[in-house]
Design a protein around this ligand. Sequence first.
Ligand SMILES: [Zn+2]
Ligand SMILES: [Zn+2]
Length: 368
Amino acid sequence: MNLDNFDVVNMRSELHQIPELGFHEEKTSDYVAKKLEEMGLKVTRGIGKTGVVAYIEGEEPGPVVMLRADMDALPFVEDGKEVCIHACGHDCHTAMVLATAARMIGKVKKGKLKLFFQPAEETLRGALESIEDGVLNDVEMAVGAHIRPVQDIPAGTVCAAVRHTSSTFMYVDLKGLAAHASRPHLGRSTVEASVLATAAVNAIWMNPGQAWSAKVTSISCSASAPNIIPDRGQMILDIRASTNPLMKELLAKVEAAIKSATSIVGVEATVSLPGGVIPAAEYDEALVDEMRTVIKETLGEDKLANDCGGGGEDFHYFVQTKADIHPVYIGVGAGATPGLHHPQMTLDAEQLRVGVKVLEAFLRKKLG
Ligand SMILES: [Zn+2]
Ligand SMILES: [Zn+2]
């Protein structure tokens, strides 16, 4: 097998030309399947709709280690036209996992390396759909990777853990009572309820030593005419916390604040989390330490970056769904600028070689 056919930089630029939205990664999964078949691997498709799985198996018994890449791109509007762009670097992750797989052919002695190309990370549905299709059933260890922007870690360095936070959107449905504006005492106003609820949420305090936020991002409760007390309304909140227990506590406080504040004016509030709660990162810290050692051994002491954080990742549904999975997730400093999710995001693709080196070295320790 000629490793030149699996050059990470070339594969990334080819994948960059075929960006696709979550659950529509048809060309991307075709590309992935073709590359895996060129490596002589048997390919299973349709995991979580458009995901791809393949195994590199060893002769001796050992762990099943899943190396996971996400494949989807992001939607933007440019000059009034809808476009799709790889602005989060998932083309990089797919290329890194393919390049790592090519280097692992013939190197897996014990256990199995499971290669998983996941759809629809950006919709935060891809991991869940894939889990429903059984992608975790045989998995003991899950390894993930994401490129990092210049704000997080320097280009060419790697961090052993990306500390993603927990996040969710809360929807609040408000039910009041309509009345003529000249007789407000006969009504119950959802406008007044949402103002009181916003003030109550803003008065919540959590431990200032930990990162958290709860902010109202939308209020809509206008009446059908200017002289009617509005009886219907909806609020939306963006809520974030650095750990899963903190998120649980914050959600309880936000719900209590909203319900008690709206009850002052007799308005009924029903809260829901239609998109679920994205879990914060929970890693196997022993594996994170092992990863730190691998980074130092492979790249040199000065190339180990501090852990970085922020943002969300649906990778963390894995351990929340299957508690005995051992997760680890590296950040690869790729000099991405001006930042992830920016339509003009660019990066130094040469730095992906550094990510491939680290992943290969780690996997050879576990499976070699
Ligand atoms: Zn993203
Ligand atoms: Zn991403």
